[in-house]
Design a protein around this ligand. Structure first.
Ligand SMILES: [Zn+2]
Ligand SMILES: [Zn+2]
Length: 319
């Protein structure tokens, strides 16, 4: 039986062909401006990402939507309207940090329990994501598992890395194994500083596979997993197939990952998992076997300079 997903099945971005009009777009879904605790104005924040070659951005200020009609941007750029909401946490952990994308109505999130905030975002047609769980000391079992309707998790956050808690991959795996469900992830800057400070801008991004340069198309690609997150490497292709070595008792899936220059690639699975490396040499194509009847696998690509990219999880139950 196929593994459960937050939408009706996740989509591999590598099944969406250029011949059908799909292209890769790079963006950041988490940034702050003078409308909350960010240093640049909304227009300055937006101009910075445009100038650095990004294709999409969300100005996700705390508590309140920064309206897209208060700024201007180039025609081929996509600005997603959103906010970072902070509902109370009735389960014992710290206050929640959720990034909401593609929303139009404000809410008093600090006065609401988290489930009502999630429901309100979804009723507006938006998506809502668990932000920087490591930095927020989120315990998935206690704080996240009681909730229904989150779209996925922020696996990397540049601002939180500055405090040593930038990665959420253990929370991601924990969530998927506790719930028996696979979720897509985002990699974001959560930029607060001015560009000149070089603290928390242009270091973590998400790449989506879309046909149209619209906010709706970008957010749908994120929610369906047609994306990957990165702090450097590109993940160009991932293909999976059932190995000829498989038997009825032991199913083996062969994975081929094509990336920019890598020093190591991990297949992170719900059980066991494996790695590919060439003993110190770098490479761009890795083929390896995923054993032990894993139900899902996601891939992490490590570049020679230590930067990293995270694929979304693949459902292996259909092989
Ligand atoms: Zn936050
Ligand atoms: Zn934030």
């Amino acid at each position: 039986m196929a593994i459960e997903t937050p939408v009706d099945g996740l989509v591999s971005p590598y099944d969406l062909a250029s011949d059908d009009g799909y292209e890769w777009l790079k963006g950041n879904l988490h940034s702050h401006t003078t409308n909350s605790d960010g240093k640049p104005s909304p227009q300055e924040r937006l101009d910075g990402y445009v100038e650095h070659g990004y294709n999409f951005l969300c100005l996700s200020d705390h508590y309140k939507i920064t309206r897209t009609d208060t700024v201007s941007w180039p025609d081929d750029f996509v600005l997603i309207q959103g906010a970072e909401f902070h509902p109370t946490n009735p389960f014992g952990g710290q206050v929640h940090h959720f990034v909401a994308l593609n929303i139009h109505e404000d809410m008093d999130s600090q006065q609401l329990p988290p489930q009502l905030v999630i429901d309100a975002v979804r009723e507006q047609g938006g998506t809502i994501w668990l932000a920087h769980p490591h930095w927020s000391s989120i315990n998935i079992l206690r704080d996240t598992l009681p909730l229904r309707g989150l779209s996925g998790i922020e696996v990397f956050n540049t601002t939180c890395r500055r405090m040593g808690r930038g990665e959420g991959s253990i929370h991601w795996d924990d969530w998927m194994s506790l719930e028996g469900k696979i979720y897509p992830a985002l990699a974001n800057d959560d930029s607060h500083a001015l560009d000149s400070a070089r603290h928390d801008t242009y270091q973590g991004w998400t790449v989506v596979r879309v046909k149209e340069r619209t906010a709706a198309a970008v957010v749908e690609a994120l929610a369906t997993g047609a994306s990957y997150g990165s702090t450097g490497p590109e993940i160009i292709d991932i293909q999976l197939r059932l190995s000829d070595q498989s038997t009825d008792k032991s199913r083996i899936v062969e994975a081929t990952v094509v990336s920019s220059e890598a020093q190591r690639i991990f297949a992170v699975c719900d059980t066991y998992g494996t790695e590919y490396h060439e003993h110190g040499s770098s490479f761009e194509t890795a083929s390896f076997s995923i054993r032990a009847n894993a139900r899902w696998s996601r891939f992490e690509v490590i570049a020679p300079d230590g930067t990293k990219a995270w694929s979304n999880p693949f459902d292996l139950t259909g092989f």
